[in-house]
Design a protein around this ligand. Structure first.
Ligand code: ATP
Ligand code: MG
Length: 557
């Protein structure tokens, strides 16, 4: 037994407590877990929780984790998904002991089915799915026996063989367990074990036209693999009774199922079926669209594996379902990128500034840290010249009281360069400010400042003749409501039409040579990652996340 005190000390979640007790009691010497995705789509942030849990357990305790593809539904499954799933798990930083497929057990499962028939515990039912549903009963009323329930063992064996041989069309017959049509658990009312599906399977090809149902495949696969702790989400809790019943009747290795709460993120959907619709209907540009909550989308957006693991750690393992705020995920990636991302200056909405007392044609090199959080990242050169760009929003003709950016007569520091003072500005015929005239203060260069002038605002900037134009993709939430699945009607009605905007930015030259996946902090603008569409002649960046608001707030003061 573990005392309350010890639990506190170790900070174990409820599944870890069960495992620790199982190891201490000597029930197991090592544990075996598995991550069992169905290869019918790309992994999403919800799966990340399950991955971190299953693989995390065998990092903490002796044992190993298998990757098992739960590929019993040929219609929706594909090798493309298998490959993406493997890639995503490795990217998350985990490695499985064995790569397994439920479809590898089709022969064994068929043998198991024969055992049930021979024991008088399964029968072939000629009812349609509607007829089966009609006799199922309700949670408060018992169901009724199928007219085919009392077929002889011989007849069942012959019919099941015919099912296997392809003699019957899809949906015309099923194999059902013979349990109890009045069972209090509806799932125990003669559950379907096999159905007919004349479909090509991504691994077994056309060998089979009958396929086992989830319940008949999952527990038995766990058992075949000697999985000790089979962890799934809460909706499978009512299935546990059937899971145990099938294993007990077959007298095979007793795996045990444990359930934890599904993880749902607000402002998005975490269901492969819904994500597939978004892809197929063209609401997003593929599974790895940076707005998608898929691991491939998050990766392209600039999320790091460390940040996703940190997120999964922080939300932990719960017994009750709840909605997680996407803000926590954003917090985790900021924390991580703050340590890693190189700082660069990019102006997203340019306003030209002429430094009137700086000589024409002269280029002066300034230096700035690549990342003040990481001294080893060194310094970079930034060219300074008479014409620069700053953000339009960093100049106000009539400043408010707490505005410490540029305004007539005011001084600001240009990051890594000089203090400048605004002398004048030019307006066009529409009254829009097109150019600001400033003078730079001699001897005020960053790191060599001897002026003693104290300015409150620091602006990012780029030298206009050196500016590299880059494509910047700014993302907002994919859905405009918090609880997408909780809304009425079609979930697609709640798609945010403004989830993507593409702009041109002006970057300092140090951003020219960038490769997909590299992470940057664009000063004062957020964290950005080089997109897979990026080319040397036309760099493309995704905004991963905005900066925490402190900077903006501090600058207003
Ligand atoms: P989806 O509805 O997205 O298809 P699923 O549960 O059908 O989800 P599987 O491929 O069967 O997807 O999932 C593999 C594993 O990941 C399962 O053990 C499942 O319980 C777990 N999982 C799936 N979604 C979540 C989630 N949102 N939170 C936690 N675990 C999840
Ligand atoms: Mg599933």
């Amino acid at each position: 037994m573990i005392t309350e005190e010890k639990k506190e000390e170790k900070n174990l979640n409820f599944i870890e407590e069960i495992i620790e007790a199982d190891l201490q009691s000597g029930k197991y010497e090592q544990i075996v877990t598995r991550f069992p995705p169905e290869p019918n789509g790309y992994l999403h942030i919800g799966h990340a929780s399950s991955i971190c849990l299953n693989f995390g357990l065998t990092q903490k305790f002796p044992g190993y984790t298998n990757l098992r593809f739960d590929d019993t539904n040929p219609v929706t499954e594909d090798t493309e998904y298998v490959e993406s799933i493997k890639n995503d798990i490795r990217w998350m930083g985990f490695e499985w002991k064995n790569e397994l497929y439920a479809s590898d057990y089709f022969d064994t499962l068929y043998e198991f089915a024969l055992k049930f028939i021979n024991a008088g515990l399964a029968y072939v039912d000629d009812s349609t799915s509607e007829e089966i549903a009609a006799l199922k009963g309700t949670p408060t009323e018992p169901g009724k026996d199928s007219p085919y329930r009392n077929r002889s063992i011989e007849e069942n064996l012959a019919l099941f063989e015919q099912m296997k041989n392809g003699d019957f069309p899809d949906g015309s017959r099923t194999l059902r367990a013979k349990i109890d049509m009045a069972h209090i658990n509806m799932l125990m009312r003669d559950p379907i074990l096999y159905r007919i599906k004349h479909a090509h399977h991504h691994r077994t090809g056309n060998k089979w036209c009958i396929y086992p149902m989830y319940d008949f495949a999952h527990g038995q696969s766990d058992s075949i693999e000697n999985v000790t702790h089979s962890i799934c989400t809460l909706e499978f809790a009512p299935h546990r009774e059937l899971y145990d019943w099938l294993i007990a009747k077959l007298e095979i290795y007793p795996s045990h199922q444990y359930e934890f709460a599904r993880r749902n993120l607000n402002y998005t959907v975490t269901s492969k079926r819904k994500l597939l619709q978004l892809v197929q209907d063209g609401h997003v540009n593929g599974w790895d669209d940076p707005r998608m909550p898929t691991l491939s989308g998050l990766r392209r957006r600039g999320y790091t594996p460390e940040s996703i693991r940190d997120f999964c750690d922080r939300i932990g393992v719960a017994r009750r379902e709840n909605m997680i705020d996407v803000g926590l995920l954003e917090f985790c990636v900021r924390e991580d990128l703050n340590k890693k991302a190189l700082r660069r200056m990019v102006v997203l909405d340019p306003l030209k500034v002429l430094i009137t007392n700086f000589p024409e044609g002269v280029i002066e090199m300034c230096h700035s840290e690549n990342n003040p959080e990481d001294i080893a990242s060194g310094m970079r050169e930034i060219p300074f010249s008479r014409e620069i760009f700053i953000e339009k929003e960093d100049f106000l003709e009539i400043p408010t009281k707490k505005y410490f950016r540029l305004a007539p007569g005011k001084m600001v520091r240009l990051k890594g360069a000089y203090i400048i003072q605004c002398d004048d500005f030019v307006k066009d015929e529409n009254g829009e400010i097109t150019e600001v005239h400033c003078s730079y203060i001699e001897n005020s260069k960053s790191g060599q400042d001897t002026t003693g002038i104290n300015v409150k605002g620091t602006l990012h900037w780029v030298s206009a003749p050196h500016a590299v134009s880059v494509e910047i993709r700014l993302y907002d939430r994919l859905f405009s409501v918090e609880n997408v699945s909780g809304e009425e009607g079609d979930f697609k009605d709640y798609i945010n039409p403004e989830s993507l905007s593409i702009i041109t930015g002006y970057a300092e030259p140090a951003l020219t040579d960038t490769k997909p996946g590299e992470a940057f902090q664009f000063l004062r603008k957020g964290y950005f990652a080089t997109d897979t569409d990026s080319k040397t002649e036309k760099p493309v960046f995704n905004r991963t996340v905005t900066l925490r608001d402190n900077w903006a707030k501090a600058a207003e003061k």
